[in-house]
Write a protein that binds this ligand. Structure first.
Ligand SMILES: [Zn+2]
Length: 117
């Protein structure tokens, strides 16, 4: 199932074309205690629901970040929330830096471009 890349809503309406890029990395120890890095790569367009798309179209980066962190389904008092916000901000920075064009909808397998709000 396709979900919004920003808030995980299943109601995806828009797509944002973007260059492929590394979006986050984690360091861990392998079985011999050597540091190993694992990198997640963003490939292709980003999916967005109507609400997240409104924030993107308005250029409201802080609002989009708040929405993403809020929908992580964590207790707001959870100390990990701050870490989640930092990681999410990093992932969003990759989106803003690698977005390549206007949003579009897919209808019947066809790509339909719409102007920004
Ligand atoms: Zn969303």
């Amino acid at each position: 199932m396709i979900i919004c890349d920003f808030c995980s809503s299943p109601d995806v309406k828009w797509w944002y074309p973007a260059r492929d890029h590394d979006c986050w990395a984690v360091l861990s120890l392998d079985e011999e205690n050597n540091l190993e890095s694992k990198t997640a790569r963003s490939v292709g367009a980003w999916a967005a629901c109507e609400e997240c798309s409104k924030l993107i179209e308005a250029g409201d980066k802080a609002g989009l970040l708040r929405r993403s962190v809020k929908t992580c389904e964590r207790d707001p008092l959870d100390p990990e929330k701050k870490i989640t916000a930092i990681v999410t901000a990093d992932i969003h920075a990759g989106f803003w830096a690698n977005r390549t064009g206007p949003r579009y909808e897919e209808k019947g397998g066809e790509r339909v471009e719409k102007n920004s709000l």
